[in-house]
Structures are given as structure tokens and as C-alpha cells.
Write a protein that binds this ligand. Sequence first.
Ligand code: FAD
Length: 302
Amino acid sequence: MKKVIIIGNGPAGISAALYTIRAGIKTIVIGHGLGSLGKADKIENFYGFEFPIAGSKLVETGIAQAKRLGAEIINEEVVGISAIDNHSESTQLKSAFSVRTDKNQYLSDAVILATGASRTAPPIKGLKELEGQGVSYCAVCDAFFYRNKDVAVLGSGEYALNEVKELLPIVNSVTLLTNGSEPTVSFPKEIKIEKHAISSLNPGASNPLLGGIGSLESVTLNYENKIKLDGIFVAYGTAGSSALAKKIGAFTEGNKIIVNSEMSTNVPGLYAAGDCIGGLLQISKAVSDGAIAGTSVVKYLR
Ligand SMILES: Cc1cc2nc3c(=O)[nH]c(=O)nc-3n(C[C@H](O)[C@H](O)[C@H](O)COP(=O)(O)OP(=O)(O)OC[C@H]3O[C@@H](n4cnc5c(N)ncnc54)[C@H](O)[C@@H]3O)c2cc1C
């Protein structure tokens, strides 16, 4: 039986699941919390409700609906995704996927990313400017460029731990920068943990031939303590949609995942729907995107 993993249990992910499960495809929805709707007290512009409904109630009802139809709903945090060699000799599909969570690993023939709008990176001076110049959002993509170098991971939870584990075998040292928070999971002993607030990321001298600013050289903590670093991997909060998409080579623009009219990314078998592809950030559009992604996956897997 062909299998799809849907990452995100909000309106886009659940709407996609309703179509895949009813088409006879094994459907696993992995979600972590209530997403944007968990913050919405009152929804009164979504079709079919005479009176306002709490966002959390809408999400819970959607999840119950998908469950009743046979979708498997898993409450875990996805920290990584990668393409693997085809695991079934009989399959004609071009890709197969491995999705890693804080607790398990799951395999599937297709994946729909429906993780909502990407979280913005923390407003730290120099972070935006140094993107691609020492600031990375994907350890699995960029660790190789930092062989035997000193890097840091910015974050404090499961996602940061995943990035630390990707980096440790490759780089010289990893420092965890929690930017004022307490770590929420235990990290390997060999890394250094700095809990001070970050004041700025500092570039080195620019290349006279290239101009612009130089690459990341150091980070300043508490306005005084400077640590020399070659790279920083941002892994704040949970893995956002565009970070997950980038890990597997899907094209993104800013925080948005680029899809065609079938919600397909440039990676065969990888689809995206809802707030993570941008446009109107509303439930009705997320539900519509999910329906299109779900039906496209059905076509792809058949
Ligand atoms: C305060 C507020 C009020 C709003 N009010 C309205 C309104 O009145 N009307 C309206 O139409 N829209 C409203 N919206 C917008 C609406 O909530 C979104 O457009 C809609 O929820 C998008 O659906 P989605 O499925 O794309 O993403 P989301 O609803 O954000 O769902 C994404 C899901 O992915 C999960 N997830 C994310 N990362 C991971 C990970 N790494 N591993 C596992 N799971 C993950 C999250 O837990 C979440 O369940 C509001 C938004 C906010 C914040």
C-alpha cells in the first residue's frame, strides 16, 4: 500500500489527509501543537459555522474527522526530512522519503509539507545580513562547508539537538547559543552551552574583490563577550516549513515554499500546502491548498 506522510495537522494538512485517506492511501499526519489556529480565539469567517468558533476547537474537530476516516495522527515534532533510495523494487516512483521526528523515523512514498507559516528568525543584529555568509538554516545541507571549523547552533529544543547531532561528526566544535533561554532537552556533553542573550553577529573584513560585508567572524554575547565562530546554524523553536523544504532541495523564496498549481514542489513526490506557500493566510485557502495537494498526491501515487 502506498503511503503519504503529511507534516502539519492544521487546516491544510488535515484537508489533504481527507482526500488521501479516502482514496485508499495510507496516511500519516504528524503534528506538533495546534499551530496558528491555537492562537485564534474566535473564527467567524470560515464557511459553515453560524456562530464564532474557537480556532483550537476547529483544529481538534478536523483531527477527529481525519482519524475517524482512518488517518494515523501522530503527535511528534518533525526535525528532519531526506530523500532515500526507493525502498520498494516494484515502485515506479522517483523518490521515497524518510521523515525524522524527535522520537521516531518514518518512511513514505510522498510527503506533504503543511507546517504553516515559517517562524521568523529571532531579531538579532547581523543575522539577516549574514545569511549565506556564515548563517545557515540547514545543517544537513551546509555542514560539509564547515569541516573542522567552529560553529554554533542557535536554539534550545529538539530541533536544535537534531542540528547539533548532524554537525558533531563533521565540525571541530559546536557551541549551543540559547539566546537567554534554558535548554529544554539534554544536549551531548561535548558541546559548550552559552545561555547569554546574543547582542550581535559580527562580520569579518570584506573581500576587496567582492565588496559587500565579510563572512561571519564572531558573535557578541551580553554586549561584551565575543566568541569567534565560522558558522551559525539557526534552529529556533520547531523546524519551520521552509527549513524542512530546503533540507530536501525544494526551492523556496524567503519563507515560502515554491509550488506549481498542483501544489507540487520541484522535488518529485514532495508537495506543500497552506500558509507555508504564502498567498492569503486564511483557513479557507489552507483547506483549498490541502485538497489540491491531497488529490495531486493520489494521482502521483497511482
Ligand atoms: C491569532 C490568529 C488569528 C487568526 N484568525 C483567523 C481567522 O479569523 N480566519 C482565518 O481564516 N484565518 C485566521 N488565521 C490564520 C489561520 O490560522 C491560518 O491561515 C491557517 O491556520 C493556516 O493553516 P495551515 O494548515 O497552513 O497552518 P497551521 O494552522 O499553522 O498548522 C500548521 C501545523 O503544523 C504543525 N507543525 C509545524 N511545524 C512542525 C514540525 N516541525 N513538526 C510537526 N508539526 C509541525 C503545527 O503544530 C500546526 O499544527 C489566524 C491566525 C492567527 C495567528
